[in-house]
Design a protein. Structure first.
Length: 122
């Protein structure tokens, strides 16, 4: 079973690579009225994912505060970045961000399930 866990962890980078365009698709659907093409949403998704990777790395520090602070920074930065790029009022942005989080979590769950099946079959 240890080998399966190693394979699953090894697939996480690939899973994130697959999830990034899906995240951009969610942004494109939620912000259809902004006149941006899919490429602009993809660039923004790339930017956010790069930030998240750095934040997740810092959250691995062996202190409890690092995890809590990292989560707070990720949420705050993501919302502020969305507001800066897409504009609008905060209340609709929070609704869209919540819908995007649910969409992304579902896509992540499906991707992780596929990764686990691939790890078992390999």
């Amino acid at each position: 079973m240890h080998l399966v866990q190693e394979r699953l962890v090894g697939n996480i980078g690939g899973a994130m690579f697959v999830l990034m365009p899906i995240f951009a698709l969610g942004l494109a659907l939620l912000y259809r009225n902004r006149g941006l093409g899919y490429t602009e949403h993809l660039v923004f998704a790339l930017h956010l994912h790069a930030f998240w990777f750095v934040a997740f790395a810092l959250m691995q520090l062996p202190t409890e505060a690092a995890g809590l602070l990292g989560l707070l920074v990720i949420v705050t930065y993501t919302l502020r970045a969305m507001h800066r790029v897409y504009g609008g009022r905060w209340w609709p942005l929070l609704v869209r961000a919540s819908a995007l989080a649910v969409f992304y979590a579902m896509a992540g769950g499906i991707t992780i399930t596929i990764g686990a099946l691939l790890a078992l079959l390999a």
